[in-house]
Write a protein that binds this ligand. Structure first.
Ligand code: BGC
Length: 459
């Protein structure tokens, strides 16, 4: 039987026995969670213990952690983003480098997450590794991902596999990325090859992570940041620096053309996956905010139609919808800044855990398909805030489930502190800390707490 993992226990970047791990754990941390009750008791003063409410989640509920290849693997050198990160005038704060070296350390990361109590792991393929040059498919890299999936199965984890999480092969970007009329067919060919090699081990497949995120960002209103401008000027700079007039990727390019390309790629990719394994559940992961109307001049309906509209339609033909939500937006003409005095997280997003409940209710009502929460969490250096955030988010999720909303799982973003795209390594989303110099992993209290909930399948 699996033993509970200690808070503060460090994972070394080489094989380490469970016994050794238990011996190195701090006595204080052990005292806090012995028998798996520490956090259960700690939660008795929280909204989780609402009087008279059953605390159990449905049978077979999926409890997981998420990562994305480029953010954790390291050395994704054939990708578009590696190229952009290393330009002299990069829009990235720093390059991804070795990231969390998850490419090599996945066996211990996966067993760590299983030991914590989770039954699900969401991760992504790097198309740039699998097809580093057009039409050259690497058997060795496909085998790498097959080993990752097998490792999930050995650890009794259901793998949720994302086929595309923002990064793309460099050759594909140089040809115009998703704006290239051939993009949907090129993507479908990759989906077909990957499914042929990996499909039998997949739990749930996703064609795209957050295909709506460029539109969502265009509604954002963060002090001093206009994402549309950042991306437009970024595209010009990149094209000039690499002398590639066609270069475009997931973020850099013409938003409308990218959306049309990704929509078509989703359809073709899904058909390609199903042609290989018709019973594989296929969906995608939608970025959503808990949109609330401003008292005056709210464009909420317009925002929803613009950002989610086409994707909610597409979701109706899917086996499930992955919902990814972090906060709320009060929508006026654009999103308004967080209310004065509101607590904000490292990325300036309002601390608003109730967003999960509100968004799953909305997404389920609009689509009628089963919902998986495939990302939720906060960027903070203060893990006690993450603990509170997750407790309140789950209490809300439970209320929605009790009211009959068909939610099949909850996956936290993220397993590891990782490469937060343009913001580099500063934002800390992980339930496990990573020392980038040594690659040591240290489980945070939020990781132990969430793992305990997962193991009990109950708040
Ligand atoms: C993305 C992740 C990202 C997270 C936090 C989501 O938009 O899927 O890759 O790290 O949010 O920003």
């Amino acid at each position: 039987m699996k033993r509970q993992q200690e808070v503060g226990a460090e994972f070394l970047p080489q094989p380490i026995s469970r016994r050794a791990l238990l011996q190195t754990a701090s006595a204080v941390a052990v005292a806090g969670i012995v028998g798996g009750h520490g956090f259960a008791n700690a939660s008795s003063n929280t909204p989780l213990a609402a009087a008279g409410q059953s605390k159990s989640f449905p049978d077979k509920f999926l409890w997981g952690c998420a990562t994305a290849g480029h953010q954790v693997e390291g050395n994704n050198t054939s990708s578009d983003l590696w190229l952009v990160e290393h330009l002299p005038e990069s829009i990235f704060k720093e390059p991804s480098g070795d990231a969390c070296d998850h490419y090599h350390l996945y066996p211990q990361d996966i067993s760590m997450l299983a030991d914590l109590g989770f039954n699900t792991y969401r991760f992504s393929l790097e198309w740039a590794r699998i097809e580093p040059e057009e039409r050259f498919f690497s058997h060795a890299e496909l085998e790498h991902y097959r080993r990752m999936l097998a490792s999930c199965r050995e650890n009794h984890l259901t793998p949720l596999l994302t086929y595309s999480h923002f990064s793309i092969p460099r050759w594909f970007a140089l040809k115009g990325g998703w704006q290239n009329p051939a993009a949907p067919d090129l993507y479908a060919r990759f989906c077909e090859k990957a499914t042929r090699h990996l499909g039998d081990l997949v739990g749930y497949a996703s064609t795209f992570n957050e295909p709506d995120v460029p539109q969502l960002l265009s509604w954002l209103n963060l002090p001093g940041v206009n994402f549309t401008e950042v991306f437009e000027s970024g595209l010009g700079k990149v094209r000039k620096q690499i002398n590639a007039p066609e270069f475009a990727n997931f973020f850099l390019g013409d938003g409308k053309k990218i959306r049309d390309g990704v929509l078509a790629a989703h359809h073709k990719g899904r058909i390609a996956m199903k042609s290989v394994r018709s019973d594989m559940p296929v969906g995608f992961n939608l970025a959503m905010s808990d949109d609330q109307p401003a008292p005056e001049d709210s464009h909420l309906a317009e925002k929803r139609a613009d950002v989610y509209g086409p994707w909610l339609e597409v979701a109706k033909q899917c086996d499930y919808l992955g919902v990814q939500v972090y906060s709320r937006s009060i929508v006026g003409k654009k999103d308004l800044p967080p209310p004065k005095g509101a607590e904000v997280t490292q990325l300036g997003w309002e601390f608003y855990p109730e967003c999960v409940e509100h968004v799953v209710r909305y997404a389920s009502k609009e689509t009628g398909v089963p919902i998986l929460v495939t990302e939720n969490g906060i960027a903070t250096n203060d893990d006690s805030r993450r603990v509170e955030y997750l407790q309140r988010a789950l209490a809300g999720l439970k209320r929605a489930i009790d009211d009959g909303v068909d939610v099949r799982g909850y996956v936290v973003w993220s397993l590891l502190d990782n490469f937060e795209w343009m913001s580099g390594f500063d934002p800390k989303f992980g339930i496990v800390a990573v020392d980038l110099a040594t690659q040591r992993r240290t489980i945070k209290p939020s990781g132990a707490m969430l793992g305990n909930i997962a193991r009990r399948n109950s708040l």
